[in-house]
Design a protein. Structure first.
Length: 184
């Protein structure tokens, strides 16, 4: 696909999304103020979808942490991207119900949802994908990192001397020698 075709495709997608958003906004405007029933339906959808995405993300995260490879890193990045995009969408959607009087439990759910954005998905899908990959890469680097205590530029450590995170955790939990703990 040539650059011109990709740009044309991106333009068509952008116009389609913009028109789709305009239709949704105008439909909401015509519908009037939101109702408590709409809020309950919204929260039911949010709970169902986020439960699914969180479970999937936890599974892919476990696989990545257990088998640190570029493939598992990519799977975890994709799952995290889906979750971040969904949380961003739902947190923004919850604002629609800000002026509505809701039962305390539902009001609290809306507030928690609105405040749950620790990391907002960038609006550009490519940037959202890049962010998710960077986060998964950082997680993989942490899990596969090693500390080689005897290494220096003059004397590189033997591979047997290097400690992974599990071995360092074991040393810190079991050893009380301050000199040894400072080494780790």
């Amino acid at each position: 696909m040539t650059l011109v075709h990709r740009r044309l495709q991106a333009f068509v997608m952008a116009v389609s999304v913009a028109l789709g958003c305009a239709v949704v906004v105008s439909a909401q405007s015509r519908a009037g103020a939101p109702t408590a029933a709409e809020a309950r339906t919204f929260l039911d959808e949010v709970n169902q979808e986020l439960l699914r995405l969180i479970n999937y993300g936890n599974r892919t995260g476990w696989v990545q942490s257990t088998y640190i490879t570029p493939d598992t890193e990519l799977l975890n990045a994709q799952a995290n991207e889906q979750l971040t995009n969904a949380i961003t969408k739902y947190a923004k959607g919850a604002r629609r119900f800000d002026t509505l009087t809701l039962p305390p439990l539902e009001r609290r759910q809306m507030q928690v949802l609105e405040n749950s954005l620790t990391l907002s998905a960038p609006p550009d899908p490519k940037e959202a994908e890049e962010l998710a990959r960077l986060l998964a890469s950082m997680e993989g680097a942490y899990g596969s990192g090693k500390y080689c205590p005897a290494s220096s530029p003059a004397k590189p450590a033997a591979q047997d001397d290097c400690l992974d995170i599990e071995k360092i955790t074991e040393i810190l939990a079991e050893n009380r020698d301050p000199k040894r703990l400072q080494e780790s």
